[in-house]
Design a protein around this ligand. Structure first.
Ligand SMILES: Nc1ncnc2c1ncn2[C@@H]1O[C@H](COP(=O)(O)OP(=O)(O)OP(=O)(O)O)[C@@H](O)[C@H]1O
Length: 540
């Protein structure tokens, strides 16, 4: 594993901060003026605020009711999140932004939408019907320092879905535009893709590249059923999501309710779950590049929008304005083609015809602004010069930015708080194999007496080593298998770096083979009950 170069890590962090600053400047000086002039917000989405651009990466979860969206968030947070309801019936009746905060609290929708430091001001346009169904849950779960989650109400079937007091697809589309990743959750045990759910997926149009599929509760079916369910799901989705790329599907069972139930698929599901968690952890590093891409998209749309308005204004006669306006709206597709040809614009930068028509219906074309060449030049400048320069700062060779942890799992002083969220699977286990084998394990396990020598060589005091033993002997057997031994050695290194050891093992540090068998509560109970003393004695 490559050794971390401290200055390189600090440079990378600095690079991301300065890039976000540069983005804010470019947006407000070169894109926003044309957006304001052409009332871009009335046709698309409101102008962005600084907090929109600075916001932590957002993960949007969408699925029919009871597919496990809320449980998924709870699993990743390793704790109960305030304001979350879990149950077999439709439980989440509101959009819930789960974000980091020092103390647990729930902020109601009306308040969170006026807070300057939250990226939700644009939601105010969905009215009080929506505000009453929106809230922000703040809690101190470590993963929330890297990403925020948007839990959504489960999509219902039939009239129940349309009875909502706000425009569900429009709100979903608003979040989709700002999200860094969209997770579509399906229940492998009860695959059901209703028409209403298909409509909700339609609202994600234009954001296909962010969509990942999670086939949840995949351990509840046999391998053969899983294959069938997978095929049926892809077939149905193929009709709704029209993307040339193959969608990434993660199979898994994201909850702390018990071990994976199908030994046949256990390894596969573990590997898939690890992959998804790794993807989530990479989001902050990729978010800055994504933000540049989003602003590129927005700048191109603004340019096309300005040219459409100017074209429609030029078409207006001195008399008979209303008739001409209606005619232009009816033949909007033809007008779009004309504009495309005259200005040599890509078809893909044009807006959705029906939605644009709806907005045009309430406008007076003669009041549209004429082309402001200076502002258009600024947009061209930002697209052809400023954004490419900004992107050159990032390594865009297809490889992701390795996290500090991937570069050196023991370099704890060189990484931020998210280190607590590292995965056991990322620990370089090969490095400990020779040492483990030299202890002559019996049935793949070593006793406290065996492990005492290598652990004591760390020079750590007995009480600390006893704590390390307690944390590493997850099954409370008085012995360590290879994974437990790696964990112990890893914790020794953590301590030697000057960090406090946790009272209980973070969920991420529990090897996957042992993880699914434990609930978080079990974990807490284990650390509190008398087992502690017994296990500590194994080491002494
Ligand atoms: N991986 C899993 N394996 C088994 N059961 C699960 C799993 N995940 C969630 N469940 C159970 O499924 C039910 C629905 O879970 P949850 O409330 O998290 O779903 P949801 O998608 O958020 O639902 P809603 O849209 O109604 O809020 C709960 O009873 C929960 O305990």
């Amino acid at each position: 594993m490559k050794k971390l170069n401290v200055s390189e890590s600090k440079e990378t962090d600095k690079l991301f901060t300065t890039s976000i600053d540069a983005l804010k400047n470019l947006y407000s000086s070169k894109i926003k003026p044309l957006e304001t002039l052409t009332k871009f917000g009335d046709f698309y989405t409101p102008t962005l605020t600084d907090s929109d651009i600075e916001a932590k990466p957002m993960v949007l979860l969408i699925g029919q009711y009871s597919t496990g969206k809320t449980t998924f968030i709870q699993y990743l947070c390793e704790r109960d999140v305030p304001g979350q309801n879990i149950g077999p019936e439709p439980t989440t009746d509101r959009f819930n932004a789960v974000m980091y905060g020092n103390e647990d609290r729930i902020i109601p929708g009306n308040t969170v939408c006026v807070q300057e430091d939250k990226p939700f001001k644009g939601l105010a346009r969905f009215g009080t019907g929506f505000m009453n169904k929106f809230q922000c849950s703040m809690c101190s779960a470590p993963i929330l320092q890297s990403v925020s989650f948007i839990d959504t109400p489960g999509v219902l079937s039939g009239s129940k879905q349309s009875q909502r007091s706000y425009d569900f697809p429009a709100v979903t589309s608003w979040f989709a535009e700002r999200a860094d990743m969209i997770l579509l959750l399906f229940d492998a045990h009860k695959l059901d893709i209703s028409d209403e759910f298909k409509q909700a997926i339609e609202a994600l149009k234009g954001h296909d590249e962010k969509i990942k599929i999670v086939l949840n509760k995949a351990d509840k079916v046999s391998s053969q059923q899983l294959l069938r369910v997978y095929g049926a799901m892809m077939w149905s989705l193929g009709k709704v999501i029209k993307t040339p790329e193959v969608m990434r599907v993660y199979l898994g069972s994201f909850w702390s309710g018990g071990p994976l139930q199908n030994p046949e698929t256990e390894n596969l599901l573990h590997a898939e779950m690890v992959d998804l968690i790794k993807e989530l952890l990479l989001l902050p590093k990729n978010a800055a590049v994504r933000k540049v891409n989003d602003l590129v998209k927005r700048a191109r749309m603004t340019k096309v929008h300005a040219l459409i308005l100017s074209h429609l204004k030029n078409e207006m006669p001195v008399f008979g304005k209303e008739k001409k306006q209606a005619e232009l709206i009816a033949n909007l597709d033809r007008e779009f083609k004309k504009i495309e040809r005259i200005h040599n614009l890509p078809e893909g930068d044009f807006p959705d015809l029906d939605r644009y028509r709806q907005q045009l219906n309430v406008q007076d074309f003669s009041k549209f602004p004429k082309v402001n060449q200076k502002m258009l030049d600024q947009i061209d400048e930002v697209l052809s010069n400023d954004f490419p320069k900004l992107l050159q700062r990032f390594p865009l060779d297809g490889s992701h930015q390795p996290t500090s942890y991937e570069l050196n799992p023991f370099a704890l002083d060189e990484v931020d708080e998210s280190i607590r969220w590292q995965l056991f699977e990322n620990v370089d286990q090969n490095a400990f194999l020779p040492l483990f084998n030299s202890l002559n394990p019996i049935n793949g396990k070593v006793t406290g007496a065996d492990a005492k020598v290598p652990l004591s060589q760390s020079g750590l005091p007995s009480n600390i080593l006893a704590q390390i033993w307690r944390l590493s002997d997850i099954n409370k057997e008085g012995k360590l298998d290879f994974e437990g031994f790696c964990l112990a050695m890893h914790l020794v290194n953590v301590k030697l770096k000057g960090f406090e050891l946790p009272d209980q093992l973070p969920q991420t540090l529990i090897p996957f083979s042992k993880r699914s068998g434990m609930s978080i509560n079990n974990n807490i109970n284990n650390s509190n009950n008398n087992n502690n003393n017994n296990n500590n004695n194994n080491y002494r």
